[in-house]
Design a protein around this ligand. Structure first.
Ligand code: GCU
Ligand code: CA
Ligand code: CA
Length: 481
């Protein structure tokens, strides 16, 4: 026996009605169709309280939100827990972060978990305070928790552009009552309780129902067919995608097909609200993100959000986009969509490549550009480059290389003749045709032109060097002297 969410709503207290009217008057941000590039940074306050700080690409410490903005991010997503131990992601913490992001000019997404802690496909645990409640009470709980949180945000003049009712609700929420595979109608009614509460405070906010595995069209059809046939209400279908470096192309293609199907099947917008990839394959992650952003645009999707990119050495989470030296990885550059490259790659036989003690070869396939630098197999042999930077500061250097031997062929970076930073390992890659990126080293460049060299420190000479990438603001290759 169920009562409808409508009757739950009819309990609305007169005292709050004037607040609703006030918030309607204050509402100014008409929903924008502009493609959103976002980051969920819900951990930011807890990390800062633990002493975390972040640096930009040049190693200068800055506010995290500024660094994200400088990488093309324009939207911030924040999760809400009902009564979390410690208070992080509880209402006050969420309001503080939302106000800070709003003041910094970001668009806002609020993500209700309807739990005291993580809600995801594997767990949708009721908040302790709701555990003994009837289903009718749970609908009321969802309504008033959503309403009160939205109202508190509104009191701070924050009207989120998007609100998620539930997080990764692949099988519903507030288990067991709202377990979708057992009772889809219950889940639909809980969703509608949240939907109505959002709209009561902020009619222009778009309500998102979010499930994971963006590539799994059968899952999405099952869920949204089920919600539709039970009168469920939503504005946007939200998706997560966390591929491996080995399968992202396949999953991105499947996600594209799924996004198109969702839009045509239900006539609703779609959005990628969470993505991530292992932090130690940042170059691959950048390719994955760039491709996903472009595919989401082409499917008419509303945006792509990276989940907790600022996490490094934190809570055991390994899918952030930050180096342990405090700087973002190159993965974050994908959000620039090529617009403001913060570094450059120098190939052999192009400006900025100044020669090799050996030859430029093309005998081993898989290199990029026209070939690679093959040093003579002797200690002290080198490859040389020359770059120009606008301002003196720290820059990051990384080489693409192949090493078909069984031993390291390391090199040492010299900047204007002086050894700079630790020796760069160029370890075996398995074959001369298997290319990979070295670790990154950081060194200071002078304003103006700088001579760079990578010098072999072993008798074997260097590994074969395909290209050098220099990351930092205002880098350009310049003619050799
Ligand atoms: C092979 C390989 C070269 C490489 C050389 C080396 O000859 O084809 O590209 O430079 O080994 O050991 O350095
Ligand atoms: Ca060689
Ligand atoms: Ca090359």
């Amino acid at each position: 026996m169920f009562v409808s969410w409508k009757s739950i709503q009819s309990h609305a207290r007169g005292a709050v009605l004037s607040l609703i009217a006030l918030s309607l008057l204050c509402f100014s941000g008409a929903a924008s169709a502009q493609f959103a590039k976002g980051a969920d940074v819900s951990w930011i306050t807890q990390m800062e309280a633990s002493g975390y700080r972040w640096s930009n690409d040049n190693g200068t410490q800055q506010d995290l939100l500024q660094i994200l903005k400088d990488h093309g991010i324009d939207s911030i997503r924040l999760r809400v827990w009902v009564n979390p131990s410690g208070g992080w992601s509880g209402r006050n913490d969420v309001i503080a972060k939302a106000v800070r992001a709003r003041n910094a000019g970001f668009r806002i997404m609020i993500d209700f978990h309807y739990s005291d802690s993580w809600a995801d496909p594997g767990k949708q645990t009721k908040p302790a305070a709701w555990r003994t409640h009837t289903f009718e009470q749970l609908m009321s709980d969802v309504y008033w928790h959503t309403y009160d949180t939205m109202n508190a945000l509104a009191a701070n003049n924050v009207f989120p552009e998007w609100v998620q009712v539930g997080n990764e609700t692949n099988n519903g929420m507030l288990w067991e009552d709202g377990r979708a595979s057992v009772n889809m109608r219950n889940f639909a009614w809980l969703v509608n309780s949240g939907y109505d509460a959002v709209k009561a405070i902020s009619p222009s906010s778009k309500v998102i129902v979010h499930i994971s595995n963006a590539y799994d069209n059968a899952l999405f059809r099952w869920m949204f067919d089920g919600l539709r046939s039970n009168g469920g209400k939503w504005d946007i279908i939200g998706m997560s995608l966390y591929p491996e470096p080995s399968n992202w192309q396949t999953l991105n293609n499947q996600a594209l097909t799924n996004m198109r199907d969702m839009r045509s099947r239900y006539g609703k917008d779609v959005m990628i609200v969470e993505v991530g990839m292992t932090v130690d394959q940042a170059t691959t992650s950048r390719s994955f993100l760039a491709d996903l952003i472009s595919k989401t645009r082409s499917a008419g999707g509303q945006g792509v959000f990276y989940w907790e990119p600022q996490a490094y050495n934190w809570m055991g989470y390994t899918k952030g986009a930050w180096n342990t030296n405090g700087r973002p990885t190159v993965a974050l550059d994908a959000f620039l969509e090529g617009g403001q490259a913060s570094g450059m790659t120098i190939q052999e036989n192009s400006t900025g490549f100044c020669g090799v003690d050996g030859t430029v070869d093309s005998n081993n396939s898989g290199y990029t550009g026209t070939g690679f630098a093959n040093t003579d197999n002797a200690n002290g042999t080198s490859v040389r480059w020359r770059v120009n930077v606008a301002t003196s500061g720290a820059y990051t250097f990384q080489w693409r290389f192949a090493n078909g031997t069984t031993g390291d062929r390391p090199g040492s970076l010299r900047v204007n003749g002086a050894t700079s930073g630790p020796t760069v390992a160029l370890n075996p890659t398995g074959a001369w045709t298997t290319w990979t990126n070295s670790g990154s080293v950081t060194a200071t460049l002078n304003a103006g032109a700088n001579n760079l060299s990578l010098v072999a420190t072993n008798t074997g000479g260097l590994a074969n060097v395909d290209s050098l990438t220099v990351t930092g603001n205002g880098v350009s290759a310049t003619a050799c002297n």
